[in-house]
Design a protein around this ligand. Structure first.
Ligand SMILES: [Zn+2]
Length: 313
């Protein structure tokens, strides 16, 4: 019998990655390309190329592709596979009927959702959240996003904003945010913002990784900044623990690796803000992210949507 798989795609502001993923989450093949390799405004062309390569790779392996799942860094009308207007990192996709475009090319079922919703489905289906009835994933990277699975359903919200936990305000008079708000969690913990604050305070260009490394080496300015990051994250996680009290809470994304050694300090801050008994019943884990987990997320979206649209509970 021919083997079956789905294509999972992560369309980011800098890279488009696609992988061929089996039903049990094994990644058989994977490739990626710079999103704007062909110049500005060409993200869709790159996406189609990367998907076609995965599709033809599958045929060479004798694998039947059953569907395609795509995560994008913005809001999505997941029922129709149409991108919303809030897509800051790939603005040329605003309003694009992405599912229809890709289906037109390959005649396969195509599902599109927010990249962090997709990541949450991936961890729930194949990763650190397997078997949980409820799960919240917070992805901290260039931006900060969230995904919520409650009683086996992905919580998308009425306008596709469900799970936008990076934009909960944690400071009344805080820093201005890309979303138009102020004092959002994102403005204190994203890699972009940590680099920006580090650069301002040290008066020279630094990355977020530099800030964490220099804090570890004893630089007082970086230590202060990392202390603020831990406190902000503690408050942000308390919003999740008190507001949703999920069985599992997973912190991932590009910054997660730098946060892992700070777990006890983040936990101490979280204890200041969350209900003790809510915190005791939520299992929290910091999981460094890989491209493998993002393409598995796209695959999990296909399985989730096929089950949901078939009317499964
Ligand atoms: Zn915001």
């Amino acid at each position: 019998m021919a083997r079956r798989a789905v294509v999972g795609v992560d369309l980011g502001g800098s890279v488009v990655a696609a992988g061929l993923v089996t039903d049990d989450g094994e990644v058989l093949a994977q490739s990626q390309e710079p999103t704007r390799k062909r110049g500005p405004g060409t993200a869709v062309r790159t996406l189609l190329d990367v998907i076609e390569r995965a599709y033809h790779g599958a045929r060479a392996l004798g694998v039947t592709v059953e569907g395609i799942g795509i995560g994008v860094p913005g809001t999505v009308d997941a029922e129709r596979g149409v991108i919303g207007q809030d897509i800051h990192y790939v603005p040329e996709l605003a309003g694009a009927p992405l599912a229809a475009t890709v289906t037109g090319q390959l005649s396969l079922p195509v599902y599109v959702d927010n990249d962090v919703n997709v990541l949450a489905l991936g961890e729930w289906t194949f990763g650190a959240g397997q078997g949980a009835r409820s799960l919240v994933l917070l992805a901290i990277g260039t931006g900060v996003g969230g995904g919520i699975v409650q009683e086996g359903r992905l919580l998308r919200g009425q306008g596709g904003f469900g799970g936008e936990l990076g934009h909960v305000p944690i400071n009344f008079d805080g820093r201005a945010c890309i979303c138009g708000g102020q004092g959002c969690l994102k403005t204190y913990v994203s890699g972009t913002d940590i680099a920006l604050m580090g650069t301002e305070r040290l008066k020279r260009d630094v990355s977020a990784a530099d800030v964490f490394r220099m804090a570890g080496e004893g630089d007082p300015t970086c230590q202060e900044l990392v202390g603020e990051t831990c406190r902000a994250l503690g408050a942000g996680l308390a919003v999740i623990v008190n507001g949703l009290n999920p069985e599992r809470l997973i912190v991932t994304g590009g910054v997660a690796e730098s946060l892992k050694p700070l777990e006890h300090r983040i936990r101490a801050q979280l204890e200041r803000y969350a209900f003790g008994r809510a915190l005791a019943s939520t299992r929290i884990e910091i999981v460094p992210q890989s491209k493998r987990s993002t393409v598995r997320g796209g695959a999990a979206l296909v399985h989730y949507e096929m089950r949901r649209r078939a009317g499964a509970p």
